[in-house]
Write a protein that binds this ligand. Structure first.
Ligand code: TXA
Ligand code: MG
Length: 316
């Protein structure tokens, strides 16, 4: 059921049930973070392996402090600057957070989402919420209540309707190594903004065999249709005997074998492109074609997150 009844949502969550919640980034599949059975249901509903940990959502830095062993000064500065907002911090967890939530990791991923309905909910609940993106494992993230309904409708007890997600990309994840910030996932908060705030460059996590953010595996965000990343005009021209749906950055692509074309941002605005990205991928996945051809966007600001999602969507 899709609706806006916060009292019903509260009652369901208190009862250990699953509710899809709106955030500024994508919809989350939420459960009581303090209730291990409810947390287990999240993994099950998503079809997600339990070695892939969940993000904890709360409504204030003060409450977050309670779920953490310590907050390094730089982490505090980032939280104060960007919460509520699309930033997740990876920090040492306190004993209040069960290891099921973090998949045995000493660190918990935590954030304060920026959405009025969800903030109100979190304010009133006596526990934080775990919430991975509300999509089946490895499928496209949902940015609209209807996406959740189509993908997981049978498996959630309620979908809290907060409209379309404003940012449209998952949160940026930052961890710390000996106090130095490291980026684990490019996302809805542009790296440049974080670097401007702290006045220094942020390193990317080195590629090691140990997957520290298991959700960052190569195959992810994958539609059912095959995805090819490249230049739409030349690719559709070369493969004339195939049919395509096109996700372009600024320009409409017209060709006999192009069944549908979605334009991320005619003006070339990366914020608009990010907000449209998953929505358009969902739409193009409904079209019967041989493949979706998606064009890379400029690799700066939110464009880095968009190109990252594109590469993973094409990894099948
Ligand atoms: O914007 C977002 O972050 C959305 C909304 C709902 O808040 N949530 C989201 O969750 O994208 P999810 O589960 O789809 O992606 C979380 C990522 C995964 O790659 C996971 O492996 C990583 O964060 N992660 C979560 N907890 C972690 C932990 N304790 N240590 C390392 N990585 C963690
Ligand atoms: Mg996800």
């Amino acid at each position: 059921m899709i609706g806006k009844d916060l009292q019903q949502v509260k009652a369901l969550l208190l009862d250990g049930r699953l509710v899809a919640i709106p955030t500024e980034t994508v919809y989350g599949l939420a459960a009581n973070a303090f209730d291990s059975e409810a947390v287990a249901k999240v993994f099950e509903a998503k079809g997600r392996p339990t070695f892939n940990p969940l993000i904890v959502h709360t409504n204030s830095l003060e409450k977050a402090t309670d779920y953490l062993l310590e907050i390094p000064p730089l982490a505090k500065e980032l939280a104060e600057a960007f919460w509520p907002g699309p930033l997740t911090l990876l920090l040492p967890k306190s004993e209040k957070i069960a290891s099921l939530v973090t998949a045995g990791n000493d660190r918990v991923a935590i954030r304060v989402p920026k959405h009025s309905l969800t903030l109100k909910l979190l304010e009133e609940l006596p526990f934080p919420l775990v919430a991975p993106s509300a999509n089946p494992y490895q499928y496209i993230s949902p940015t609209h209540p209807e996406h959740v309904n189509a993908q997981l409708g049978e498996k959630v007890d309620y979908i809290l309707d907060g409209g379309r997600c404003e940012v449209g990309m998952e949160s940026t994840i930052i961890g710390f190594d000996k106090g130095e910030p490291i980026i684990y996932r490019y996302g809805g908060l542009a790296l440049e903004k974080i670097e401007d705030q702290i006045g220094r460059k942020i390193k990317a996590k080195e590629n090691t065999d140990k997957v520290e953010t298991p959700g960052q595996s190569a195959l992810h965000y994958a539609p059912h249709n095959k995805v090819i990343v490249g230049h739409p005009v030349s690719l559709t021209g070369v493969m004339k005997n195939k049919t395509f749906a096109v996700l372009s950055f600024q320009n409409r692509v017209i060709a006999p074998n192009v069944k549908e074309c979605r334009i991320l941002s005619p003006e070339g605005n990366l914020q608009e492109a990010a907000a449209n990205f998953f929505d358009y991928l969902h739409a193009l996945d409904q079209v019967e074609v041989d493949a979706i051809i998606a064009e890379q966007v400029p690799n700066s600001g939110l464009g880095i997150a968009i190109n990252d999602r594109l590469a993973r969507a094409a990894a099948r």
